[in-house]
Write a protein that binds this ligand. Structure first.
Ligand code: SAM
Ligand code: SF4
Length: 352
């Protein structure tokens, strides 16, 4: 069944083929991977317009009636943790801080699943004013996106002059007591020259910097492999100022390769999703803001839990639909294939 949401066609499946699936509760796929890390997109709205993610005018608005409500999100997270073996949830978007009920969502999930690690991926704009309330609501970890310390480059890349607010947000997160704050920087040709300055700043602030290779997930479809900055090019640039010593990944499914900086203990990470794909160890499952399950960033197949939920499905029925969606997860993103086509939805519309 194909429908049009947010101006793009999305393939939706009422039920996936699970005839050959073993009867296990976890989110197992045909390649033996088990998804335990849930990413929940809360909105398509954003305070920035990063060129590698959003169109200049922003994404088409999701009608309010199609957006998952606070209670629906809390319920689906409870189904994931209680029935499907999900260990950790990360809220993302769009920009999750654009949702006024973010604290309520966190508090609801903490109430339903005590002890659940809950993380946030945010651009940091306005975080300054909410960091304490988020910590109080049960948020355990924060990743903040920041590509450059150069105000002009920042404004050009994000199409908004909000660098000051992001820096204030990072400091507010530290003041609110979040441990191990991570900063994510997408590797772009315009920001490569400033990468060492960004690392120096993060070291001084006591936050952990991770660079991410740009993926073909921009709404404008301008990504080109030839223009992409690789992990290798970054290591060359950082190596001119720092001594980098490769260290182990935190766990096999952690996407970042890590290097000690000048002997450690501080590290810098690189998520080389394009040149050193980690699909074979992927343990992610994704819920879009409209309540569809996506098994992979790069697959347009989506399973509609919102319709099932609003149609009166029980928790067991929702769990069964979710298992079916994940059973059919692809082996990998396929970026190296000659016939690779980027997904219809951009990063901000899926939830990064
Ligand atoms: N708005 C929040 C933020 O920027 O952190 C959360 C959503 S954003 C889509 C999640 C992460 O995806 C950010 O760290 C962002 O830099 C990254 N991202 C967006 N587009 C990307 C792309 N084309 N390739 C790689 N990473 C991307
Ligand atoms: Fe917004 Fe995050 Fe996408 Fe930038 S990367 S446009 S901040 S959703």
């Amino acid at each position: 069944m194909t429908s049009v949401d947010m101006g793009i066609p999305v393939v939706r499946h009422r039920a996936d083929d699970v005839s050959d699936r073993p009867d296990v509760p976890e989110l197992l796929d045909r390649f033996g991977r088990v998804a335990r890390d849930l990413r929940v997109s809360l909105t398509e709205k954003c305070s920035l317009r990063c060129t590698y993610c959003m169109p200049a005018e922003g994404l088409p608005e999701i009608p309010r009636a199609k957006l998952l409500t606070t209670d629906e999100i809390v319920r689906l997270v409870r189904v994931a943790t209680g029935r499907l073996g999900v260990h950790e949830v990360r809220f993302t978007g769009g920009e999750p801080l654009m949702r006024r009920d973010l604290e309520d969502i966190l508090a609801g999930c903490a109430r339903e699943t005590p002890g659940l690690p809950m993380a946030l991926t945010t651009n940091g704009v306005g975080l300054e004013h909410r960091a304490r309330a988020l910590a109080g609501a049960g948020l355990t970890r924060v990743n903040i996106s920041l590509d450059t310390l150069d105000r002009e480059h920042f404004a050009r890349l994000t199409r908004r002059d909000r660098l000051g607010s992001v820096l204030a947000g990072i400091r507010a997160a530290a003041a609110a007591g979040f441990a191990r704050i991570k900063v994510n920087a997408v590797l772009m040709p315009e920001t490569l020259a400033g990468a060492a300055d960004l690392l120096e700043w993060c070291l001084a602030e006591g936050v952990e910097l991770r660079f991410i290779e740009q993926m073909p997930l921009d709404a404008d479809h301008t990504w080109a492999r030839a223009r992409m900055v690789s992990a290798e090019a970054l290591l060359d640039v950082l190596g001119q100022r720092f001594t980098l010593t490769e260290t182990e990944r935190e766990d096999p499914s952690a996407p970042a390769e890590r290097w000690f900086v000048d002997g450690g203990p501080a590290t810098v990470g690189i998520i080389a999703s394009v040149t050193r794909s980690f699909c074979a160890d992927c343990d992610r499952t994704r819920l879009t803001a409209e309540g569809t399950v996506r098994s992979c960033l790069f697959s347009d197949r989506e399973t509609d839990l919102r319709a099932a939920l609003r149609g009166g499905a029980s928790d067991d029925e929702l769990a069964a639909l979710w298992r079916g969606a994940m059973w059919n997860k692809w082996a990998g993103h396929g970026m190296d294939a000659a016939d690779f086509a980027p997904p219809q939805r951009s990063m901000g519309a899926i939830g990064g």
